[in-house]
Structure formats: structure tokens, C-alpha cells
Design a protein around this ligand. Structure first.
Ligand SMILES: [Cu+2]
Length: 472
């Protein structure tokens, strides 16, 4: 009796949950309505089968419950029943498979007018490449990938010169124009997924996979990595913006080609010194950071990170949250860096400043911190030195009160909550691992032990170098 009641509650509960749950498809923004249809058909067929079988079990457990003097009958064969079940199951399975096969046929046959876009996945970010005016993507080779050539483009290939490179920024697409996405991975399996487009596809290292879709609704959509195995894929967020043709053309005009990026002017530290005078008021004359002005140490920070943060402030991705008191002080300052050359010059000047480890000000349990930091090494490095590959900045030897405050801000969504700030969002998700302010202080205390280790390693290297020279 109790079992029958429980089964009944499970059946009714599942039905009620299905119709009342807030988790449902996002509003569709592509041509793949057929995928929704295939999912609906599967849902209905499975749903009806589930309810019928569930209710049948309720009926039989109640009807044939144990009663005094009653025995079961053994009936191994029933031709009629077997036929009925076989036919019903066949109809159900065909009903579920047929729409899927029809949609799949469409999915793998790309319309000839579709325009190519390359999507590159790496731990843990998305980048994109568009063919330039010639409409041809230049050749790439994984062996050519470097800090200055993240896509591995062949510098000798004329087709690649006008390719448009979008590194970790939003991809824009014009509405109602079919897109053929060519997918490649630099490291492990990834899976490109924009829920509103319905389409998704794996990225497999060593091969180029593809899928196609036509964006049908203007808007800003989040890119997810739907790869489950491995670490950190859930933090791998990106942005796709579907524009009207007009907005798309404006955006495209502002993008840089491979040729433009590879001839980017080198920063001139001497020219940058004058610009830095403004920054020195808060960040200190040697970029050492001034706690009284809440401005962090900049010296010793990698140039790609400085460049990215300056850009983030310029684009309004950082320093805009209403509770971001200190970020809001910094944000207007980037106006003094009015063009690319000025920015490159000031970065070059900051890079020329002496890199002394910042004083230790945070108290915490470094042993506990070491444990907490184990999840951070994949991006920031076990020595806290940062990594261009993951775009995670150097932490060791930097101003510790600033690191602690950034972790608090990430956790509270004061930093990294802008929908277009994909790297900030990623760090925001990671900061949730640090439960409370004690955990933050502990992990920063551990990072502080690295600064001494880094200096020791650096010193040892200098001694080694000297030893080598001495030895001839
Ligand atoms: Cu991934």
C-alpha cells in the first residue's frame, strides 16, 4: 500500500515539476527550431510512457498486494501481449529517432552561402578569427603558436594577412546570415555552446570540426563550454553579439587584422615616463603601489595583463559597479591614455620600473592557504607568477591588501559581473571557492610566502648565471 502511494506521488510530482519548473528552454535565436521540435517529441513520448508505466505499477502493486491464501500464477509466454508491446515500443522509438535524423541531415549540410568564422578554444577562453576582405582564412599551424602569434598563423601566407583576430573579446555576427563555424582547440576537448542558438559542437585537438547556424534575433548571448570532463570548463565563458548589418559593419571596421596586430608599435619607455606622472600620484613613483590611495603595485606585472586591464576600464567592463569605490577612482584615469601608442608607452615605462616585492601586510594561516591555493595553480601557476596562456595575472610579490580586496570584490560580484567581462566572470566563479574572509586572508598569506620563494629562485638564478660565466 505504502509503495503504491509512493509511486503515485513520484508520477504526479514529476508531472507537476515538469509543468511548473522555472528551468526551461531559453528563447531561441537561431534557425534550429527543428532541434527544439525533436527534443519536444522525445519529451512527450518519454513522458507519456513514464506516466503510463508508473500508473500501471501503482495499479499492480495495489491490486496484487499480498493477501492471505492468494498465490501467484506463473505465465512465461503471452504472444498477444508481446506483439502489442513490441509494436508500441517500435512506434515510440521511431517517433523519437526520425525527427532527430531529419534535423541532423540539415545540421551537417552547410548552405553554400554560409560565411566562415573560426572559433578557437583553449583552457579557459574563446577566441575567433574572421577571413578578411579576401574571404579566405590563412593557414595556421599549432607549431607557430606563441605569445605574439596566439592563433599560430603562418606569417608567409598572404591569405592570412587580412584575417581579423578577436582574442578573448566578444564575437559579433550579423543577423539572418548563415555562419559556418570552424572549431579548433589548442589543448584539450572543449564544446562550443550558445544555448539560444541550440547548436553545439565539440572542439577536438588535432582536427577541425564544424557546425552551422543562422542567428535570427539581435542580442547579446553567453557562450558556454559544454565539456564536462576536465577542470574549469564551466568557467570558460564568452560572448556572442548578434547585430543588425549596420551595427555589424561598424564593429567590423574597428577590428584589427593579423597584419595590423603583428606590426603593433613597440612601446617607448622614455615617451611613457611623462604619461606615467599622472599614474604616479596614486600608484607611486616606482609603481610600487600606495596603500593610502588604495592603488596597487603595477611594477613587475606582465604587460599583457596591464594592457587588458586598461582596456577593461576603457570599455566600461571594470570600475563601473556602484559599490566599486576604488575601481571608480581608477576608471576615469584611462582617459589620459588616448591612443594605442600612449598606452603602449606607459606600459613600457611601467615594465622598466624596479620590481621589488611589496611589503607583507596580511595576516593569515599560510598552511591552510596552501590547501586553498591548490585550485588556483592551473591558472596562476604554482609560483603565483601568472600565465599568459590562461590570462591569469601574477599574484606573488604584488600588493597583498589589494589581492585580498580583489578576491572580496570578485566574490561579491563587484568585479567581474559585467556580462561582457568574460575573464572577470571566470575569476568570479573561482573566488566562490573561498568561503569567507578568513579563507581569503589565508590564501593571500600563502601567496606572500611565494614572493620570498620567487626572490630566492631569482637570486639563485643570478648566482647560477654568474657561476656559469665565472666557470667560462
Ligand atoms: Cu572547455
Amino acid at each position: 500500500m505504502i509503495v503504491a502511494i509512493m509511486l503515485f506521488i513520484i508520477v504526479i510530482g514529476s508531472l507537476v515539476f515538469n509543468f511548473l519548473s522555472p528551468w526551461w528552454f531559453t528563447e531561441i535565436a537561431s534557425n534550429w527550431g527543428g532541434i527544439d521540435f525533436a527534443v519536444f517529441v522525445t519529451f512527450w513520448i518519454c513522458g507519456v510512457a513514464f506516466v503510463l508505466i508508473g500508473l500501471f505499477m501503482v495499479y499492480t502493486t495495489w491490486k496484487y498486494r499480498r493477501r492471505e491464501g492468494q498465490t501467484a500464477v506463473y505465465e512465461p509466454e503471452n504472444k498477444r501481449l508481446e506483439w502489442i508491446l513490441t509494436i508500441l515500443t517500435t512506434i515510440g522509438v521511431v517517433g523519437m529517432l526520425a525527427p532527430g535524423l531529419l534535423v541532423w541531415d540539415d545540421y551537417v549540410n552547410v548552405p553554400p552561402q554560409a560565411r566562415e568564422v573560426e572559433i578557437v578554444g583553449q583552457q579557459w577562453s574563446w577566441s575567433y578569427r574572421l577571413p578578411g576582405e579576401d574571404g579566405i582564412l590563412g593557414t595556421v599551424d599549432a607549431k607557430l603558436i606563441s605569445v605574439d602569434n596566439p592563433f599560430g598563423l603562418d606569417p608567409e601566407d598572404p591569405d592570412g594577412q587580412d584575417d581579423i583576430l578577436i582574442e578573448r573579446e566578444a564575437l559579433h555576427l550579423p543577423i539572418d546570415r548563415p555562419v559556418k563555424a570552424l572549431l579548433r582547440s589548442k589543448d584539450v576537448l572543449h564544446d562550443f555552446y550558445v544555448p539560444q542558438f541550440r547548436a553545439k559542437m565539440d572542439l577536438v585537438p588535432g582536427m577541425i570540426t564544424y557546425m552551422w547556424f543562422t542567428p535570427t534575433r539581435v542580442g547579446t548571448y553567453e557562450v558556454l563550454c559544454a565539456e564536462l570532463c576536465g577542470i574549469g570548463h564551466h568557467t570558460m565563458r564568452g560572448t556572442v553579439v548578434v547585430d543588425t548589418q549596420e551595427d555589424y559593419d561598424t564593429w567590423l571596421d574597428g577590428q584589427q587584422t593579423y597584419a595590423q596586430i603583428s606590426t603593433r608599435p613597440q612601446g617607448d619607455p622614455i615617451a611613457g615616463q611623462a604619461t606615467y606622472a599622472v599614474c604616479a600620484a596614486c600608484h607611486g613613483p616606482a609603481g610600487e603601489g600606495l596603500v593610502a590611495l588604495n592603488a596597487p603595485k603595477l611594477s613587475g606585472q606582465d604587460e599583457w595583463y596591464l594592457r587588458h586591464q586598461i582596456l577593461a576600464y576603457k570599455q566600461g567592463l571594470r570600475g563601473v559597479h556602484e559599490e566599486d569605490t576604488y575601481g571608480k577612482e581608477m576608471a576615469p584615469m584611462v582617459a589620459t591614455l588616448f591612443d594605442a601608442a600612449t598606452t603602449e608607452n606607459v606600459i613600457a615605462y611601467i615594465r622598466s620600473l624596479p620590481d621589488d616585492p611589496a611589503p607583507v601586510t596580511i595576516d593569515g594561516n599560510a598552511d591552510r592557504g596552501a590547501n586553498l591555493y591548490s585550485g588556483c595553480t592551473v591558472c596562476h601557476g604554482s609560483d603565483g607568477g601568472g600565465s599568459h596562456g590562461t590570462f591569469a595575472p601574477r599574484l606573488a610579490g604584488m600588493t597583498d591588501w589589494y589581492l585580498a580586496r580583489q578576491l572580496q570584490n570578485f566574490r561579491a560580484g563587484i568585479r567581474g559581473s559585467h556580462p561582457m567581462d568574460n575573464l572577470g566572470k571566470q575569476m568570479g566563479l573561482m573566488s566562490k571557492q573561498l568561503g569567507d574572509d578568513d579563507a581569503i586572508n589565508d590564501v593571500v598569506a600563502y601567496i606572500n610566502t611565494m614572493s620570498t620563494r620567487m626572490t630566492q629562485t631569482a637570486m639563485r638564478q643570478t648566482i647560477d648565471d654568474r657561476g656559469e660565466t665565472d666557470g667560462g
